[in-house]
Design a binder for this molecule. Structure first.
Ligand SMILES: *[C@@H]1O[C@H](CO)[C@@H](O)[C@H](O)[C@H]1NC(C)=O
Ligand SMILES: *[C@@H]1O[C@H](CO)[C@@H](O)[C@H](O)[C@H]1NC(C)=O
Length: 255
């Protein structure tokens, strides 16, 4: 065998080696992710019917923090006394059972697309008349599990909500519509909803509303001290500004 052959053999061998090493590193990483998922959610490991414990593993209620992004307000109808919105809705809570080793920061989070794999808060919109999820092309939902056991659930939804309007002063009035949320089955002993600290509600810039203008919004809590389900809500204050201008004009004309 000549030295040329010898050189090429070594070259070939080393390149094979490095290629398989690189492959191995990648495969190991994905496999790690699968291993972690099997470890925390595998058969017999996790029961999605059991709620997470309270803060620091106590017996207190599970705390779920809510925030949402108003993507659009499609309609406000004073005839049907309802309005419809499209939201990105997020809930975040800690489930100690889902903690995992992040392999020196390489596993930032795990993503699930099936909500039934982990425990989920049973929140519902109590003034909802109609609602739907977005399923084009795939359901617009994800669940992220962070190494510290924090779970983030994010979903895009469209809702039509009841908004009883007081039309006594019509059309000069300012209407207040709300978005109310509560747990369907848990009491405050087990589950507490809180608004996310900071900026829990964001509204898309350049929100266009036919006839109405969104003046302001407020987040709040229902003030029930009983052991019933806790409820949180947003007030949206809208005013009929266009009509207001029209009326000013008419009033002036009448004088
Ligand atoms: C939970 O534990 C952390 C760190 O040990 C502590 O700072 C925090 O005050 C605890 N919170 C509660 C509500 O006990
Ligand atoms: C856990 O980690 C996530 C993502 O880094 C963070 O948003 C969350 O606040 C953390 N939760 C706790 C309880 O430290």
């Amino acid at each position: 065998m000549g030295t040329g052959h010898y050189f090429w053999a070594i070259f070939y061998f080393t390149s094979l080696c490095s290629a398989s090493l690189a492959n191995n590193a990648k495969i190991n990483f994905r496999e790690k992710e699968k291993k972690v998922l099997d470890q925390i959610l595998g058969a017999g490991k996790y029961d999605a019917r059991i709620r997470p414990s309270g803060i620091n593993g106590t017996d207190g209620p599970a705390i779920v923090r809510i925030n949402l992004f108003v993507r659009s307000i499609m309609t406000i109808s004073d005839i049907k006394m309802e309005y419809s919105v499209q939201l990105t809705f997020r809930e975040q809570w800690t489930d100690e059972r889902l903690k995992f080793d992040d392999i020196q920061g390489r596993l930032k989070y795990l993503t699930l697309t099936e909500a039934n794999r982990v425990w989920m808060p049973d929140l519902f919109f109590s003034n909802e008349k109609e609602g739907h999820f977005h399923n084009i092309i795939m359901p617009n939902v994800y669940i992220r599990i962070f190494p510290n056991g924090s779970v983030l659930y994010s979903i895009r939804i469209s809702l039509t909500l009841a908004c009883p309007m007081n039309l006594k002063l019509y059309p000069l009035d300012r209407q207040i519509c709300s978005l109310r949320m509560a747990s369907y089955g848990w009491t405050t002993n087990d589950l507490v909803f809180l608004w996310k600290e900071g900026d829990p509600v964001q509204v898309v810039k350049n929100l266009h509303l036919p006839r109405f203008t969104l003046e302001k919004f407020l987040t709040d809590y229902c003030n029930s001290k009983t052991n019933t389900a806790q409820c949180i809500y947003i007030y949206l204050s809208v005013c009929v500004c266009e009509l207001l201008l029209l009326c000013v004009y008419l009033c002036e004309w009448r004088n």
